[in-house]
Design a protein around this ligand. Sequence first.
Ligand code: AMP
Length: 609
Amino acid sequence: MKTFEELGVASTILRAIQEMGYENPMPVQEEVIPYLLSEVRDVIALAQTGTGKTAAFGLPVIQKVDVDKNVPQALILAPTRELCLQIAGDLNDYSKYVDGLHVLPVYGGSSIESQIKALRRGVQIIVATPGRLIDLINRRTVNLETIRYVVLDEADEMLNMGFTESIDEILSKVPETRSMLLFSATMPKEIAKITRKYMTDPKEITIGRKNEGSNNVKHVFYLVHAKDKYLVLKRIADHNPNIYGIVFCRTRAETQDIADKLIQDGYNADSLHGDLSQAQRDYVMQKFRVRNIQLLVATDVAARGLDVDSLTHVINYGLPDDIESYTHRSGRTGRAGKTGTSIAIVHVKEKGKVREIEKIINKQFEKGTIPTGNEICEKQLLNFVDKVEKVKVNEDEIGKLLPAVFRKLDWLEKEDIVKRVISLELNRLIDYYQDADEIEEPQERRGRDRESSFSDRRERGGDRGSVRGERSDRGPSGPRTAEKGYTRIFINVGRMDGVNPATLMGVINDYVPGKVRIGRIDLMKNFSFFEVPEGDTGKVLKALQSADHNGRRISVEVAQADGSGSSSPRSEKRSFGGSDRDDRGSDRRFNDRKSPKKEHRKGGSRPRY
Ligand code: AMP
């Protein structure tokens, strides 16, 4: 490995970068700097974000400009205001000891007059977003005829943002003799077109393999029904208690919607998109940088200016329309030697895109299994216990307070105290997941029926019953008899009461002692049937006879062959359906408990500790 000095970097610049802690060149710098300092005219560098490319073009550009001439000599184009400011800031740092060098960031969303004034005073390096630069060109307040170096940073992103025409127009104002350096994370066809049009025999440098994502990034996709995308997002967040990541959405409206939902559901989240004012965006980005926000929901464009190296996760809330953008998104994690995970929540129709992306990044996605409520609660519990173990205790200060605390808790056993502390921390989550449906994954192959995957998950989640055979929300088309060896039991609650197979099994699990195998479940509008082994019939009937759930009394009996309970099924139906609820003096539903996270709750397995 060469030193910066060996690469030809001048001593004034060396001093500044050494102060910044740059000891050795990063690979992209080692490759690019010698070319730019030599006579090579045009360079294409394929490098991911966060690889040190600002210094790769910045150091040679600073070194090559003539500070005695107070005219623009280098033009750096970047897709966003934030990147523009970041580059200008870095160049100012690198040129701290270069007297007379002026770098000017030129970007939309801030006073054009002050930028015009600064241009009049004279600058050698302009760092600009294409839109604002065109504006200045049209006002004839900037002259590009003296430009000798042009850098297109994140060129693929500029094209994605629709700047192709602006770039054409800008380059037409720059002398043809200029050197041009193009940085891009990916090499789509449009970039190849630009390079053919504007570059002469360019030197191509690839850091890592062409279009390959970072090696520190694990790629995982979750296959879900479109309607479950948000619920799966929540589960992923809950299953990673220390998550620090960006959730990428496609549109501004979707970004705001998802952020609003997350905030409402108690997550430490906020949104970043183009409908926010610049001041709002700056505020959100700052909160995220200092980790006051754990989940930033953002559009691709708005997130470009955010430079954070320690993201644990990038979540694709659906895959981007342009699959090249996936590389940009996933490149935001796994930086600076750390590992990261890039997650894609995709529905069946997007599965093909996953395969296309695999070809581009030259890596395989893992197929993620949506965590069950039990798995999430267990993970959160262990995370909490881990924090309890590791927390730093201020013996002196806490010690003073302890006698009073011990006196107050004297009547409790150690186990009780532990249970209470855990409950304080986790009750909210447990309440939510005990009522939440497990999420069904869409079936990828024909022949594998929904029901078997449901029972798979139930077993994985550690519930003791299992659903055999069909689980029908529609109910049987006609009267049905029990499977051989099983008794069919009528229960006086149905779909209208918010019951589903998971809640039903939850109730049975709660009330019936010992292990009971649960067979077929048929849910009707106002009542349901389930089957249990004949030998367990008495035990189940007895246990559930006294069952009371959320203030609602449960009633069960052996079903008759006509598809009803042994007493009058119609009377049951009347008793619990619609307006009859008022006759009973209660409109409480089977599943109407209050909980902070109300959305999409239909009942579910109960986490057990
Ligand atoms: P960039 O890709 O230019 O945004 O750089 C990514 C990060 O690496 C920034 O925080 C830079 O300050 C840092 N960096 C760039 N070059 C070096 C170097 N040679 N040594 C240490 N850090 C560097």
